[in-house]
Design a protein around this ligand. Sequence first.
Ligand code: IPD
Length: 267
Amino acid sequence: TEIQVAELLAIAVTVAREAADTARSMRAEGVSGVTTKSTDTDVVTAADRAVERQVIAALGAKRPDDTVLGEEYGGSGGEDAAVRWVVDPIDGTVNYLYGLPQYAVSLAAEVNGVAVAAVVRNAATGEEWTATRGGGAYRGGRRLSASVQTDLAQALVATGFGYDAKRRAHQAEVLTRVITRVRDIRRFGAASLDLCLAAEGGVDAYYEKGLNPWDHAAGGLIATEAGLVVGGLDGRPAGPDMLVAAPPAIFGPLTELLAELDAAGGP
Ligand code: IPD
């Protein structure tokens, strides 16, 4: 049966709103259940886990045959499902921890590994970005168009860092060179929101090494549908070693600079 993308988006939006409400009300009660994951700075809270469980249950009730890939609980559901949902219950967990209003629920529906519907909702502010493949990107009712900056030297570029000290050392080295070649750098702390910000021209471009699928599945579609090129280095697709989102005229120069600096290499 034909998969109805509009229906997937409607489900995504409903589920993301409920999830964001949970995240925000749990934050209002104070942060609880803080533990660490890959390193001492990679935190997870009771809210990350509760929100992901809520999303899995809500999707399971509406779409019992689909699979879910989530940040906290990994994969669940059957092997040959037509639709896979990719979930970051709270992207920007460190912001959440500190009460900085820059954390989001990120939810994408993929068909054959390709994102077709996506929503990112800032749980602190209620700002919401959506996209469907081929159908454009929106914030509220407004269709988004990204920056059409043509000069890398004039570009405001967002980035982020992993939680591993060795990787960060490499990322910092790359950054010292990139910052001399662009207008300036921003680091907001939630990859999904960085991509949405790029989608609406709040920054010209964004790059990061070491992202997981749940960090960029939704935001990547939103950025693409707003007119950015999203990919990796040397013609590769965006992946764990590098994601770059940039206006068409800057994508080439930025990926070439990052390749020259071996930004996708290192730990
Ligand atoms: C992190 C944020 C951060 C990025 C990291 C991600 P989390 O996700 O998106 O901005 O730099 O690479 O891991 O851990 O807050 O869900």
